[in-house]
Design a protein around this ligand. Sequence first.
Ligand code: NAD
Length: 311
Amino acid sequence: MKHLDGKKIFVTGGAGFIGSHLCKSLSSSTRKLTVYDNLSSGKVENVKHLPNVHFVRGDILDLKKLQSQDKADLIFHLAAQVVVPYSMENPIIDFETNARGTLNILEKARKDDAYLIFASSAAVYGNPIELPTSEEYGFHPFSCYGLSKVVGEQYCEMYSKQYGLDVAIMRFANVIGPGCHGVIHDFLEKIDKNPDKLEIIGTGLQSRDFVHVSDVIKALILSTIGKKAIGKTYNLGYGKTTKIIDLAKMIIDLLNLTSKTAITTTNVSWHGDVDTIWFNISKAKKDLNWIPKITLEDSVREIIRNWRQER
Ligand code: NAD
């Protein structure tokens, strides 16, 4: 990562799941890495041991504080309200954080003349008819979270077109790995409480594209080399889709509970839940020379190992 030598890097949401993995990767390559996070879900312990990290407890809604930070050359904007059901219950808070918060970061990037990499989501596609879904499918959000990410993306495009700001948009599928939240973690918690039964919210037939966090970080770093990602939007997934019921069976097998744990479903899911996420990743493969390597099964094994150690 020689190209990042001497660059001043600013990571919002750096104390969260993906952000802390990114900071771990960046911290050895740069001496100037600022993590800006309000710790609403992130933990300072995730980054405080890393070399060269300057941690600032701050909110992306606090424009004054943002503007008072040192000038950055490169900004990764990951801070967000990330929970879909929460966005349906609290659409205004979700909008504030994800839409206005992103606009504030764009203002910082404009003032600093920095390159901004924005973490967007599969949620901008909603329930896509085109599967696997390519970047060109367009916006069809199905949740308030998806819509607030669309607004963030559109402001990024506006700043790119009107102010000539260097921006890249990275749409993540379901990112998994050590420290992840979401369905795998929820299943492990449920089985831990009661190994006889695993209840899936929804039909279990909904499916997701799971990509390992280290593969996502590789793509984020690749997008900082040269100018190839500037002005572009990329899907970052594994390029496969797995039904949640099959994921549940995989976890039960890997825990050696096949003859013990019965799977049940609630049939009805939460507001804003989508049926299928399955990314076409050929654009990132071609432009960024990126290939996600870690399979779902290997990821699940690692998450189980990590989860056992942390208990
Ligand atoms: P996370 O909740 O672990 O991390 C988000 C971080 O942002 C946390 O550390 C939190 O404290 C911080 N934060 C929240 N609101 C803030 C605010 N107002 N000001 C400052 N900091 C704030 O989530 P994550 O899974 O690491 O997600 C990172 C990014 O990737 C998000 O933008 C999310 O929308 C996007 N994304 C994640 C996934 C996934 O599968 N994890 C999928 C698609 C997109």
